[in-house]
Design a protein around this ligand. Structure first.
Ligand code: URA
Length: 236
């Protein structure tokens, strides 16, 4: 094939070769209608049903962590939230109640949210790992990877405008980096997924449990929260 034929062929393929292969005239108007319909289903489909599917799959999933835990902990908050908060794993209180961030760290998280005029009910809160690791130990890399598909599905369903990662485990899972929080915080990153039309602006900041132990880092956490608040003002 000579070069100019090859270029033409590439041009036709890139411009949607299927359109040239129809045996009847194309009804562009009907096509537009179909597109709108499928977009509608994709964007406003029932989030609750889809999240319930994830929960069902998590219950079916055989995890070694489950044997030592009490309750599966998946999410709290608002399915239409603009902000998704991702923590590490349930602790003792969360394991008892089946709700993320209800213990001391959760109380501090509520205060952090209030400081930027957000109620807990305004955001979607979840964790990387959905069963409490024994003795509250940090989930290992295998456990993070084991639960990552369930977390990614939640992000695809909720489609938050912003993600706020709480702590190093969430940062590692979502930003796929071993870099320490000190290096990651204070700037915007982007979370990408094949199932999302565009990347989601993401901040990695300190975990509230860490802030309880090391309050000197609260000023950095406050800066990160303000970055989020500033961006939130500009989205409808
Ligand atoms: N710490 C977390 O990372 N998640 C919780 O749900 C509670 C404490």
């Amino acid at each position: 094939m000579n070069q100019s034929n090859k270029k033409n062929l590439e041009f036709i393929i890139n411009s949607g070769v299927n359109y040239f292969l129809q045996d009847s005239p194309r009804n562009w108007f009907e096509h537009e209608k179909k597109l709108e319909q499928s977009d509608f289903n994709k964007n406003t489909g029932d989030k609750k049903t889809q999240i319930d599917e994830v929960i069902k799959d998590l219950k079916k999933h055989n995890s070694s962590l489950q044997k030592m835990a009490t309750k599966l902990v998946v999410y709290d908050g608002n399915l239409n939230a603009k902000v998704m908060l991702i923590g590490e794993a349930p602790g003792r209180d969360e394991d008892q109640q089946g709700i993320p961030f209800v213990g001391r760290a959760g109380q501090l998280l509520n205060k952090m949210l209030l400081a930027i005029n957000l109620q807990r009910e305004d955001v979607y809160i979840t964790n990387v790992v959905n069963w409490r690791p024994p003795d509250n130990r940090t989930p290992n890399d295998e456990e993070i990877l084991e639960f990552l598909p369930f977390l990614q599905r939640q992000i695809d369903i909720i489609k938050p405008k912003f993600i706020f990662l709480l702590g190093g485990v969430a940062a590692k899972a979502i930003l796929s980096t071993p870099l320490a929080l000190g290096k990651l915080r204070g700037k915007w990153h982007e979370y990408k997924s094949l199932n999302l039309e565009q990347g989601i602006p993401t901040i990695a900041s300190y975990h509230p449990a860490f802030l309880l132990r090391s309050p000197q880092y609260k000023k950095h956490s406050w800066e990160d929260l303000q970055m989020l608040q500033k961006k939130l003002k500009n989205v409808s």
